[in-house]
Design a protein around this ligand. Structure first.
Ligand SMILES: [Zn+2]
Length: 244
């Protein structure tokens, strides 16, 4: 006797997570009598953080729904922009996403990141404690129940990663307001108060300074910023919302 099955259609954006048989419309998936829809979706390799609306025979269903044989299930991608209610929008990035963290900070987006690997349980606990959206390319990490909210980062290239996160969450951009080294807020700094921290050439050439209120690193606008300026300009042009 064959096992009961349902038919699953994954949104095109989600098909990279699944094995090849599930990359077509209405792929048959064997079920048991007790597994919820959420469990079925995860068992296909799709992190629940990436699943948007779930439709069963065309009607919205909860992840707790236990499918029965013959049902047609459609798994949509998360809507963009995705709203994350319950806390101000802020992020926590895993150890592999340091470049993305610095670029988000450059744009004024609150992006916590530790360059040391503190381990999956600690990251998940930090996400919960500080209500931060955990960004990762590690599906196992995103499956941890204790995370506050999470999102899979689809590219391994920092410029595409940045566009992915900005288009998905539409954070308010406030370039040059946050320390790229530690995520602390910047404050304007008078030249004479930061002078002893500057090399002579910098002290002579530049007048616009800001200082991190946490780690006291000093920032100034200068020609060497052109690569960063380009990142900021591109992001603001495409995703707007600049408060600066
Ligand atoms: Zn700092």
């Amino acid at each position: 006797m064959s096992r009961p099955e349902i038919h699953v259609t994954l949104a095109p954006e989600l098909r990279l997570f699944a094995n090849s048989e599930l990359r077509r419309e209405r792929a048959p998936v064997a079920i048991d009598a007790s597994s919820s829809l959420g469990h079925v979706v995860e068992s296909l390799g799709v992190p629940l953080t990436e699943a948007g609306a779930l439709l069963v025979d065309g009607r919205p269903a909860a992840v707790s729904h236990v499918p029965s044989a013959g049902e047609s299930v459609e798994v949509r991608a998360v809507e963009r922009p995705q709203r994350v209610p319950g806390a101000p929008l802020r992020f926590l990035l895993d150890v592999h996403l340091g470049t993305l963290a610095r670029r988000l900070r450059l744009l004024g987006v609150d992006a916590a990141y530790e360059s040391e690997d503190i381990g999956d349980p600690a990251l998940a606990a930090l996400s919960a404690a500080e209500r931060r959206v955990l960004l990762s390319r590690d599906r196992g990490l995103l499956r941890r129940r204790e995370i506050w909210a999470g999102a899979y980062v689809y590219s391994d290239r920092p410029d595409e990663q940045l566009r992915d996160v900005l288009s998905r969450f539409a954070p308010v951009l406030a370039p040059w307001t946050r320390c790229t080294a530690c995520n602390g807020p910047l404050a304007d700094a008078a030249k004479d108060t930061v002078a002893e921290r500057l090399e002579h050439g910098t002290r002579r050439t530049y007048d616009v300074f800001a200082q991190c209120t946490v780690c006291e690193r000093v920032y100034w606008r200068g020609a060497h910023h052109s690569r960063l300026e380009a990142i900021v300009e591109d992001a603001v042009r495409e995703f707007g919302g600049s408060a600066a």
